[in-house]
Design a protein around this ligand. Sequence first.
Ligand SMILES: C=C(O[C@H]1C=CC=C(C(=O)O)[C@@H]1O)C(=O)O
Length: 419
Amino acid sequence: MTAGLVVETREIDLGDDLLAYADPAGPLAWLRRGDGIVAVGPETARVVRVAAGAEMRAAALGRAWDAIRSSAVVDDPVRHPGTGLVAFAALVFDEGSSADSVLVVPRTVIGRHNGRTWITRIHDEGAAPAEDPAPTAFGPHWAGTLGPGAQTAQGYQSSVRAALAGIAEGRYGKVVLARDLVGTVPAGSDLRRLVRALSTEYPDTWAFAVDGLIGASPETLVTVQDGVVTARVLAGTTARGADAVTDARAAAGLADSPKDNDEHAFAVRSVVAALAPHTRALEADGGPFILELPNLFHLATDVRAELSDGASALDLAAALHPTAAVAGTPTDVAIAAIRELEPFDRGRYAGPVGWIDAHGNGEWAIALRCAQFGIGEGGSADPIRLTAYAGAGIVAGSDPEAELLETRVKFRPIVDALA
Ligand SMILES: C=C(O[C@H]1C=CC=C(C(=O)O)[C@@H]1O)C(=O)O
């Protein structure tokens, strides 16, 4: 049996940029409008990887996390969600994926919330705590390449047509189909630059970097903060207009679109049904509102509830996944259709990504607008490979070409940041 962890959190003064402390080659970060948590450097205290197997991977990670937290000795006078013992995690979309689900406990974490900043040092019993952290200058600017992946533009439209046939036959009501782009970034690229670009350009999203999965998701899968549960459901999308008139027309068109409202309603129902057994006083906004991002508009619904059964943020993320915003309805049939119609493994795209603390608090997003970087694959002189993903919900009335264009707009955050 391994020794337990010793954890100590203290308030400290930090500069503005938490990312400056992260590992340039493999940043571990969760940020929104400058607040969040970041691992200092590459050192970890625990890493748990779960490959495909008999057990649900979220359950295996949950058990591993329980063992880590129950044997830890924590000294945390700051007592804020995200202080004390904390882990970052990213889970695969499909249990059958060849990618691992992963949970990482860093050796040193820094965090900021509402003007308070802290440091958490985590080490094995008997080992020395980490030194004081020092920021490192960002490496040179770099640009990546990105091209077609396993699913071509033509192939994508064929898959959408096949999904429409499945809907017409009554096999499912909605299925979310994605496509992939593959590329490289130069060896030695400072990947913190990508995280910084995404969090600056898309401030209303969760910018995340966990085990090479880097992105900026607008969709909150679930947050738990001292017994309060929230989620933000997104489904139904349109590109922004080129000027004020077309922009307003695009937003109004989305709000009035029966197809997008149907697509959205599937997603809200799936979130409410998954949260209900774990919560009370569950409230979903009356109708969707328009969430404005720099590249597109989404139909959005905020959900809020009180935790009733002590479930952790990881438990709730597992209960919610996969929502109809990334799989479809009914879930199992939609997953089967995705396996049939997408010629690639989603890995952690569209899976839960976030963090959890020892009290079960956490913030989790759906891993969207992201790419998986092959950190540590190949030699240090080899370019780093990446796969980016974007998808769209298909319901009766969807148009294959419009859905293809929608995925193009959803790729924009990653494509622009790599340019
Ligand atoms: C599947 C994606 O987006 C989902 C989230 C928001 C809106 C969506 C839509 O309108 O289709 C998708 O359900 C993606 O960005 O890859």
